[in-house]
Design a protein around this ligand. Structure first.
Ligand SMILES: [Zn+2]
Length: 249
């Protein structure tokens, strides 16, 4: 059996049999993998602390046919504030579940791993506003996976969206519409110009500075409406963590 080492983040974990756990790991080297941690349900087991949601770990795994087997795990970062603060925990759970839902196993791209790791570090900072960090994460992740929204030009014709105070955004089509293109029967949201400019900053700016972007009042409502549809349309099911996050707001 082949053994390999990886840097990983635990993005989902569930009990398996009487004593074991199955963890979904987003690794830097191998993409998303599933691994069984023998005995991890027992509190004194050497994997018990490492195999918890959000934890960044260094692992050694045996390749298996349907699932890999954990043979070593060492915690690099446990993201304490994501465990102690309910709101931050909800954000952390959301970004992990979104990642899990959006990427398939064994796709070897390092960038989703690095984006998630940076995002968890930012959400773990108590003086940073989590909402803009989450929005930047959503936009950047979708962009990375081939669903970059068109925010500069009309998604239908490539023309200018004009300079009016409002623009139309069609989540299913994946971007803004110019004043003349029809919406093809799809749901269209009206966005204030300022909301569109904020989306551009979240999409292309440095995520480490996203917490400084103010998202309040009407802009928060507009962004939530658009992003809920934009993300939801590309997902096969509703995310449990999103319902939880919404319930806390
Ligand atoms: Zn157009």
């Amino acid at each position: 059996m082949a053994i390999y080492n990886a840097e990983a983040i635990v993005i989902r974990v569930r009990d398996f049999d009487e004593a074991d756990k199955v963890a979904v790991l987003l690794t830097r080297e191998e993409g998303k993998v599933q691994a069984i941690a023998r005995g991890a349900r027992r509190s004194r087991n050497r994997y018990a602390a490492a195999m918890q949601l959000f934890t960044q770990v260094k692992v050694q795994l045996y390749h298996g046919r349907s699932m890999d087997t954990l043979s070593q795990a060492e915690i690099t970062e446990s993201f304490r504030h994501l465990r102690e603060d309910l709101v931050r925990m909800a954000y952390g759970a959301y970004v992990c579940e979104l990642m899990d839902e959006m990427i398939r196993e064994r796709q070897r791209h390092e960038s989703p791993y690095l984006l998630l790791l940076t995002t968890l570090h930012l959400l773990n900072e108590l003086d940073m506003e989590p909402e803009p960090i989450r929005r930047a994460y959503e936009l950047k992740l979708f962009s990375m996976l081939g669903f970059r929204p068109s925010l500069e030009e009309c998604v239908a014709c490539g023309g200018s969206v004009g300079t009016g105070p409002q623009v139309r955004f069609a989540p299913v089509l994946g971007g803004v519409l110019c004043p003349t293109c029809p919406s093809e029967g799809e749901v269209v949201h009206r966005l204030a110009r300022g909301t569109l400019e904020t989306m551009k900053r979240l999409l292309d700016g440095d995520i480490r500075k996203a917490h400084m972007i103010k998202i309040t009042g009407e802009m928060a409502v507009e962004l939530d409406r658009v992003m809920t549809d934009y993300v939801g349309h590309r997902m096969e099911r509703k995310l449990k963590s999103k319902e939880f996050l919404d319930s806390l707001k």
